[in-house]
Write a protein that binds this ligand. Structure first.
Ligand code: ADP
Length: 374
């Protein structure tokens, strides 16, 4: 049985015509690290607030260990919460802040100091116990908030963009620290972020939100390798896209689906449903291919793969470990007959043809198994 179950949960805020959470079904496993990922306004925070008990669902059921919890107040749910703003009490010391959830729960004094020290040790802040929050850096304050969420040994720790106020380096350090804590403590963690690399770094599973619904719930690798639709494909990692029409209704003998771009370029790619095309939106199909799967050459014959597209070089940017090769689909001199889409390829320095000039023709190649049609 799942630790948490959302069954057909809706949240409609007063005065809003659309549901912030729209028929959400979600099972959270005990001990897992789940991130809720999605653009701003997609319903991630609302979902977390429903779980924590700071908001009530308009409809549907949320269960903890099989028992409905909608009527339980937040402090009876045994969940630690960490918000983006550290929300520490400024007039209290670090130790008093961390002790707060224990005092509220009427834990005996003798146990409190022991538990506070243990929680501070987990986040490496033992020596800061007498300081006030304003004498700490942002990263240290967030560690205190984390210690305060962990100190009463909750079943679940809920975090809402806890690292977004930190600079990139510190954020990455804290991500590793949170991963370590999750591994060591075995506590279930639910973490809201709009940052796909953060979601992928932290999570066992990622729920990708859009318009109050989950588009896909899977491991980071499954999301990256097998997205279910163009939204997920472009939200995790980079993707190049072009409108296409399927030719015929099923996969060829080679296992790939044949499509045509609007300019009539024939291409082959994978379709989601075992390479049959009925899951493909015929009227408005999209082909997606990630930039790391594109090859470039100055002559089509140099590309030993079935998909080849003539393009025009728009820009060439050195990014250290790779070149970002920006192109417009369609050869130079063509305009009306092109698909107009701008794509980019990530090319290893050694694999870039020499002496490229912006405006010249360049052929892009990719394997059918490296592209998806939705
Ligand atoms: P996210 O966390 O993905 O940014 P939210 O859950 O905060 O998304 O918001 C989802 C939708 O609900 C948004 O359209 C937002 O404007 C709306 N919303 C969030 N909180 C409230 C509120 N307290 N009152 C009214 N509308 C809200």
């Amino acid at each position: 049985m799942a630790l948490i179950e959302f069954e057909h949960v809706f949240k409609r805020y007063p005065g809003s015509s659309t549901a912030a959470v729209d028929d959400l079904n979600l099972h959270i496993k005990a001990g897992e690290f789940l991130t809720l990922l999605g653009p701003s306004g997609s319903g991630k925070t609302t979902t977390l607030m429903l779980l924590a008990g700071f908001e009530a669902p308009s409809d549907g059921t949320i269960r903890l260990d099989g028992a409905p919890i909608e009527s339980l107040p937040p402090h009876q749910r045994n969940m630690g919460v960490v918000f983006q703003s550290y929300s520490l009490f400024p007039h209290m010391s670090v130790a008093q802040n961390v002790a707060f959830p224990l005092s509220v729960r009427k834990v005996p004094k003798a146990q409190i100091s022991e538990k506070v020290m243990a929680a501070l040790a987990k986040v490496h802040l033992e020596t800061f116990m007498h300081r006030r929050p304003n004498q700490l850096s942002g990263g240290q304050q967030q560690r205190v908030a984390l210690a305060r969420a962990l100190v009463f040994e909750p079943r679940l720790v809920l975090m809402d963009e806890p690292l977004s106020a930190l600079d990139k380096k510190l954020r990455e350090e804290m991500q590793l620290e949170i991963r370590r804590l999750h591994r060591e403590l075995g506590v279930t963690m639910v973490f809201v972020t709009h940052d796909q690399s953060e979601a992928m770094t932290l999570a066992d599973r990622v729920a990708v939100f859009n318009h109050g619904r989950i588009e896909q719930l899977a491991t980071p690798q499954q999301l990256y390798d097998s997205p279910v639709n163009p939204f997920v494909a472009s939200f995790l990692g980079d993707n190049n896209m072009v409108r296409v029409s399927p030719l015929g209704s099923s996969a060829s003998a080679s296992g790939a689906l044949a499509v045509s771009t609007q300019a009539g370029i024939a291409l082959h790619a994978r379709a989601r449903d075992g390479l049959q095309s009925h899951a493909v939106n015929k009227a408005n199909a999209t082909l997606c291919v990630r930039p790391e799967f594109l090859h470039v050459a100055t002559h089509a014959a140099a590309l030993d793969m079935p998909n080849r597209i003539d393009s025009t070089l728009v820009d060439l940017i050195h990014q250290g470990d790779h070149w970002r090769v920006v192109v417009r689909l369609g050869g130079s001199g063509t305009s009306d007959s092109t698909d107009g889409a701008q794509w980019f390829a990530k090319i290893r320095p050694g694999a870039l043809p020499p002496d490229l000039v912006v405006g010249q023709n360049l052929f892009l190649g990719f394997r059918p198994e490296d592209a998806w049609v939705f």
